[in-house]
Design a protein around this ligand. Structure first.
Ligand SMILES: N[C@@H](CCC(=O)N[C@@H](CS)C(=O)NCC(=O)O)C(=O)O
Length: 349
């Protein structure tokens, strides 16, 4: 292997970090993996925002040229820089739908992940995450310091749960959407190795990142996943390291003509949850409202507006606008009746 041109700084308990590590492995991009705040996390350039994962590019003299955050832009940057084993379907219509699935994973499935880790109804999950997260950066941490860090992290994260929507009111919405997603995945994976066919797309990595935690870490969600969709668990093991998965050039993707019904089922699920939420979040910003309020499967969902998610909707709409009018029409036909139509609607109401 050539010396790595990339360093990925992340953590084992961070879904987006595990997502990006899997992308680098699948794409055969030589890299170093460094756990944030570990003894190896030294001398790296500061990221623009204090979040993980951070993707650091190396320069020719062995220094560093740039550090960037946010997994979706990181994936797209890697597509610009590295050829082969691309995550982008060749059919622009399918590529757009793949973008939607990735964003659903990143911005909606993450609510499930946070909920099953930090909601007060899951004390075993809270205790487990509180104990394990501090040790990730130093497994030989002094027991007193470990105890202090556990309390600090547990307080901070449980107090933030409402910010991502994990409240008493939203609980059934989040939990039922997890079970429905698992059932759809189980059916889909019965016939297809990946969401996009015989090779993984951005959507696989987006949902996988969250499932890397939900299916293995959080005790309650892991049990639900095992009972509802054993195939999702095996898929998650596979996506974690697809370095040996063979891809033939540009082959292997579904096309707009052969999307299976289970793919349509997934779009319907996205259209019932993520889509109304993202649009309501955008509206809350536009009208300077203090709360995002929307109806999800007939129930009222509420949370504080989230500015990054507004950017995600803008990016999605920009991608749609960049499609030819024929491709836009194909997307509209494929998402008709799924609830995803609002994602590409021009007007806000
Ligand atoms: N939009 C970002 C989200 C990254 C994110 O939320 N990272 C979490 C860890 S999984 C984080 O660093 N949170 C800040 C903190 O916990 O202080 C992405 O796609 O990478």
């Amino acid at each position: 292997m050539n010396s790595p041109q990339i360093t990925l700084v992340g953590a084992y308990g961070s879904p987006y970090s595990i997502k990006m590590r899997a992308v680098l492995r699948y794409r055969h991009i030589a890299h170093r993996w460094i756990v944030r705040s570990s003894s190896q996390d030294r001398g790296l350039p500061e990221a623009p925002v204090a979040i993980i994962p951070v993707l650091v590019f190396h320069d020719e003299d062995g220094g560093y040229s740039e550090a960037m955050v946010d997994s979706s832009p990181q994936i797209m940057r890697l597509e610009d820089v590295y050829q082969g084993r691309s995550l982008l379907p060749t059919d622009p219509v399918v590529a757009f739908l793949d973008h939607v699935i990735e964003d659903y994973g990143d911005e909606w499935v993450t609510k499930m992940m946070y909920h099953y880790r930090w909601h007060h109804l899951y004390p075993d999950a809270i205790a487990k995450a509180g104990s394990m997260l501090p040790l990730m950066s130093n497994n030989q941490m002094d027991p007193d310091q470990h105890h202090q860090m556990k309390s600090f992290i547990t307080d901070r994260q449980t107090n933030r749960a409402a910010l991502v929507g994990s409240t008493e009111q939203n609980r059934p919405i989040i939990e039922e959407s997890f079970t429905r997603l698992l059932r759809i995945m189980e059916k889909h994976l019965t016939d297809h190795q990946f969401l996009l066919g015989d090779r993984p797309g951005r959507g696989d990595f987006g949902i996988f990142g969250q499932f890397s935690q939900l299916c293995f870490w959080e005790p309650d969600s892991a049990l639900i996943a095992a009972s509802q969709s054993p195939r999702s668990i095996i898929w998650a093991y596979q996506v974690d390291d697809l370095s040996s998965h063979d891809v033939g050039g540009d082959q292997g993707w579904f096309t707009r003509q052969n999307l299976p019904t289970t793919f349509h089922d997934l779009l319907c699920e996205i259209g019932q949850t993520y889509a109304p939420f993202m649009v309501a979040n955008d509206r809350a910003f536009a009208y300077e409202e203090e709360e995002v309020i929307c109806s999800i499967q007939g129930a009222e969902y509420r949370q504080a507006p989230f500015s990054y998610q507004r950017k995600c909707l803008v990016w999605l709409r920009e991608t749609f606008a960049s499609l030819s009018s024929k491709d836009q029409e194909s997307v509209r036909q494929l998402i008709e009746g799924t609830g995803c139509e609002v994602l590409v609607a021009d007007e806000r109401d």
